[in-house]
Design a protein around this ligand. Structure first.
Ligand SMILES: [Cu+2]
Length: 253
């Protein structure tokens, strides 16, 4: 009887262990290295975002539904959907290295990125932040706001903020470029956030230019994202300790 059981179990165990060419359980998995800027070889990528043609005229924001918001401004405020600078460049574009970096885990900086509600307007209009970096939300207004992160890859959230409320902090655990922050109380309030897994991103200001510093040599896809005018991309190759430039153009061409 005992012999019969051994004959039964032995082929069965062989069948289990040979199934599917199983690999050794403790095979090492390649770890993703910590990202760091090698100052001996790092370079920079810069450029400008041009806007060709007549700049669209943004409408004034109607804040009459909330006199406290309206009183905060001496003159009417225009929407910031498309802002063309005096030098013919585009403001509020998010520029980043979308592809080409070696896999690495980049630790977020300790400093927070601030999003302020002031005069019932978000400031800044477009912000870049790293994965797991702190977003610090401030309310300078005498009114209630409700900050709504309308993210799709990250879990969306919605928090209320009383007048001069304590600062609130949130993080985004996943890369996501670009999604709106809105206010459930004031429908005109809208800003945009780009969450990057690495530090090589920028938002264009009143000169429409950008510089990505500390970039390792390589060939990269640079992407520009504008809330209204959409995405553009281009390739650039950066040599060791070099500088590279790439420009983009929006508008009628
Ligand atoms: Cu609001």
């Amino acid at each position: 009887m005992r012999l019969a059981i051994v004959f039964l179990i032995f082929p069965l165990s062989l069948a289990i262990f040979s199934c599917g060419g199983a690999k050794p359980v403790n095979e090492p998995v390649a770890a993703i290295p910590e990202g760091h800027i090698d100052t001996a070889t790092a370079g920079s990528i810069s450029g400008r975002i041009a806007f060709i043609g007549s700049p669209p005229v943004m409408p004034f924001i109607d804040m009459s539904s909330n006199p406290s918001c309206e009183r905060a401004h001496k003159t009417p405020v225009r929407a910031q959907t498309v802002v063309v600078n005096k030098n013919g460049t585009l403001r509020n574009t998010f520029v980043w290295i979308r592809d080409g970096l070696a896999p690495a885990h980049w630790a977020p900086p300790a400093e927070s990125v601030k999003l302020t509600q002031s005069g019932c307007i978000y400031e800044p209009h477009v912000a870049g932040i790293m994965v797991d970096q702190k977003l610090e939300i401030l309310n300078d207004d005498p009114v209630n706001h409700n900050v709504h992160a309308e993210s799709q890859i990250n879990q969306p959230w919605n928090i209320s903020e009383a007048p001069q409320d304590e600062h609130k902090f949130r993080k985004f655990p996943k890369q996501e470029v670009l999604f709106p922050m809105t206010c459930s109380v004031h429908p005109w309030m809208r800003s945009w956030i780009g969450v990057s897994s690495h530090p090589f991103f920028a938002v264009t200001g009143d000169d429409g230019a950008f510089t990505l510093s500390g970039v390792p040599p390589g060939t990269y896809t640079i992407e520009v994202v504008h809330e209204k005018l959409g995405r553009k991309e281009g390739k650039v190759t950066l040599t060791a300790s070099g500088t590279a430039s790439i420009d983009f153009t929006y508008g009628s061409q």
